[in-house]
Design a binder for this molecule. Structure first.
Ligand code: NAD
Length: 336
């Protein structure tokens, strides 16, 4: 790719997030959507056809193309490793959905492969592009609330999410990792100790936890608590319920997200997303668009992304430490 030229992008994984990313890429003045790959070829074709892109089943086939500069990896959490290693091996820039991988060792392998290939590696931690969480982080950074004493974040989905993944990822990797990354970003200091407890009743059949309560101590002594659950009933009028509170020596910050401002009361009562990916005059707007545009800018201008492999690895280190703590009942120090 010649500097400043359009980035030729392919999407791997044509599910919920793949569809959102494909729409953002197709509408961007910085990019061209070339192809969509999915192990379910019908799904790849359906998405690719919307944008006049090519479809394929095997991601290796797409990675062999010389007219693809970058890929967006939107496969499920457990299927990031192989695809990212193959993409780096083929010299493609990578935007991969969160979490970077399921283990710290897998994160290390992806980071090493991207470094060796000299490609951009960015992770889709969307809260870094959500104006509410960006503003909250800026308020911490400005010092107006003084030294942070404690942080609390809640992220809760309905059972629809875990049921889609059939027990192959965890509430820590899928949900808690968002708020853990935000807290690490806002605090700018490492976590020294993690303790967690989980409960498993609603999702017993899937053999996954309903909720994880994660406590983390930062090196300054501040304490963060993340509540991540995905067991609310399917008929809840909103899929995502999230809050944040940060309390410091001079003040506090709150983010309340469940009230998106739009409630539709028909056969089904539901809240409409007005932050992450909404359509206005035929274009997708919101945090996902900002995230994709940032990735494209970083590729074009050879800049380090706002959220790179090492930062994403720190969040995975905390959630995997939490999983171990929940299993053993002991506090755990996250991997360096
Ligand atoms: N940033 C966010 O807010 C957010 C929200 C939801 C999900 N996610 C993340 O996005 C990723 C995808 O989630 P989703 O909800 O789109 O999942 P999904 O199940 O809707 O889609 C995943 C797709 O990947 C395909 N796939 C599986 N293995 C593959 C492989 N090896 N090669 C090619 N295709 C493969 C599946 O057939 C499916 O079509 C996950 O890592 C998830 O944690 C992020």
């Amino acid at each position: 790719m010649i500097s400043g030229e359009k980035v030729r992008v392919a999407v791997i994984g044509a599910g919920m997030m793949g569809a959102g990313h494909a729409a953002c890429i197709a509408q961007s003045g910085r990019a061209q959507l070339m192809a969509v790959a999915d192990i379910d070829l019908g799904r790849a074709r359906e998405l690719a056809d919307q944008f006049g892109a090519d479809a394929c089943r095997d991601h290796s086939e797409m990675l062999a193309r010389r007219d693809v500069d970058a890929v967006v990896v939107c496969t499920p959490d457990w299927a990031h490793l192989e695809v990212c290693l193959d993409a780096a091996g083929a010299g493609k820039h990578i935007l991969v959905e969160k979490p970077l991988a399921m283990t710290v060792a897998d994160c290390d392998a992806i980071i090493a492969a991207a470094d060796a290939a000299g490609v951009t590696l960015m992770i889709g931690h969307i809260l870094r592009f959500d104006p509410r969480y960006v503003a909250a982080r800026a308020a911490v950074d400005s010092g107006e609330i003084g030294a942070v004493s404690y942080l609390y974040a809640r992220r809760s989905n309905t059972v629809v999410q875990p049921r889609r993944f059939g027990g192959r990822t965890t509430v820590l990797h899928y949900l808690a990792v968002h708020d853990v990354d935000w807290m690490l970003w806002a605090m700018g200091e490492p976590v020294t100790r993690v303790q967690a407890m989980t409960s498993r009743k609603v999702l017993e059949d899937l053999k996954v936890d309903d909720v994880a309560f994660l406590l983390m101590q930062f090196s300054s002594g501040a304490v963060g608590c993340v509540e991540a659950g995905w067991a609310r009933p399917e008929h809840t009028p909103f899929d995502l319920d999230a809050d944040l509170e940060v309390v410091g020596t001079l003040g506090a910050i709150r983010v309340d997200t469940p009230n998106s401002g739009v409630l539709v009361e028909a056969q089904r009562v539901r809240r409409i997303d007005t932050t992450y990916g909404f359509r206005v005059v035929g274009r997708t707007g919101g945090a996902l668009r900002e995230e994709v545009e940032h990735f494209l800018e970083c590729v074009q201008e050879r800049r380090t992304p706002l959220i790179d492999g090492r930062q994403a690895r720190s969040a995975v280190a905390v959630v995997t430490a939490a999983a171990e703590s929940a299993r053993t009942g002991q506090p755990v120090t996250p991997a360096d």
